[in-house]
Design a protein around this ligand. Structure first.
Ligand SMILES: NC(=O)c1ccc[n+]([C@@H]2O[C@H](COP(=O)([O-])OP(=O)(O)OC[C@H]3O[C@@H](n4cnc5c(N)ncnc54)[C@H](OP(=O)(O)O)[C@@H]3O)[C@@H](O)[C@H]2O)c1
Length: 294
């Protein structure tokens, strides 16, 4: 298919996934437009058409989306209260939306029936898009491998990661794999009305993840279990971690400990032809983020 004239808008283009989507789209024939609130700080490749804008300012969004064929939409908020205005701004000016949703969304339930607050928020955005008349694809990723960057300070300064719920199992997913699926859905036919559940290839506890990152860095690292209260205090003292998210995170870990063990999917490979990257590969790709400063 000739994609030479198509333009795709990437929201969240400076984030973990959006930056990958932006860069991977540059390897296709489409024009790439990126939305950020701070173009000067965005540090995006020269070939990207960077637009200043806030998702909560409909005029910004309308100007950015006008003339596009597709939008990669991410929703970096804890509620969907302001999502109707965003979908209304997109719908007249583009043809399809690929939404970065969440693996917390339970299939077959409306947003009101979702058991988890993250699932409720993302399902509400999904539903708005489904009702908008736009062509759509939802991406429902498992835990991002990039969440382990929360441990970067501890790994830079010592050999132990201290936290609660070290036995919680999850299937960490490389942001490059989420982006690879997004790029297919944005540029190819055959992904309409699909809700893709994406996971990494392995189920690993938090303690196992620390060990694997250590192997990739060539340093022995270990998990050191804290009580929930000690972990809570530690997270609240961390300026990089939003206080409002501390209870949600710890509650989520507690629920995951009691829930059935996560199941991996092969959707990344089915959509892209390439198996999902391992956590070890992710850690090699991000080794610089954990390296001790001289
Ligand atoms: N972490 C996980 O394990 C996980 C798992 C499943 C799903 N998710 C979902 O993935 C999403 C997070 O993706 P990510 O990690 O790639 O994001 P991220 O790295 O946290 O980046 C956030 C992005 O949001 C943009 N942004 C924030 N507020 C904005 C606003 N008002 N208007 C426009 N842009 C705004 C920022 O852009 P600028 O600052 O440049 O404007 C930035 O690019 C969330 O929806 C989360 O629920 C996460």
């Amino acid at each position: 298919m000739d994609t030479a004239q198509r333009t795709i808008l990437v929201t969240g283009a400076t984030g973990n996934v959006g930056r990958q989507v932006t860069c991977q789209l540059l390897t296709t024939d489409v024009r790439v437009r990126a939305l950020t609130r701070s173009p000067a700080a965005a540090d995006l490749p020269d070939r990207v058409e960077v637009r200043q804008g806030d998702l909560f300012v409909p005029r910004d969004l309308e100007e950015a989306v006008r003339g596009t064929d597709a939008v990669f939409l991410m929703w970096p908020f804890h509620t969907a209260d302001r999502a109707p205005a965003v979908v209304d701004a997109l719908a007249p000016h583009t043809k399809r939306v690929v939404l970065l949703s969440s693996g917390a969304v339970r299939d077959g339930l409306t947003h009101g029936q979702q058991p988890h607050p993250v699932g409720r928020c993302h399902r509400a955005v999904e539903q708005l898009i489904e009702y908008s008349g736009l062509r759509w694809t939802h991406l429902r990723p498992s835990t991002f491998a990039a969440n382990t960057l929360w441990w970067a300070d501890q790994i830079r300064s010592g050999d132990a990661v201290r936290g609660a719920y070290g036995a919680v199992p999850m299937a960490p997913l490389h942001e490059a794999d989420i982006a690879a699926v997004a790029v297919r859905a944005l540029t190819e036919e055959g992904h309409d009305k699909a809700a893709y559940t994406l996971t990494g290839p392995d189920v690993l506890t938090q303690a196992e993840q620390v060990h694997i990152i250590g192997e990739a860095l060539g340093r022995p690292l270990r998990w050191e279990e804290l009580s929930r209260e000690a972990a809570r205090r530690r997270l609240l003292a961390d300026d990089a971690f939003p206080d409002s998210f501390v209870k949600v995170l710890l509650d989520t870990f507690a629920e995951m400990l009691d829930a059935p063990r996560p199941v991996t999917t092969t959707t990344v490979e089915e959509v892209t032809g390439i198996p999902a990257r391992t956590l070890r590969q992710w850690a090699v790709d991000h080794a610089a983020d954990f390296r001790r400063h001289p």
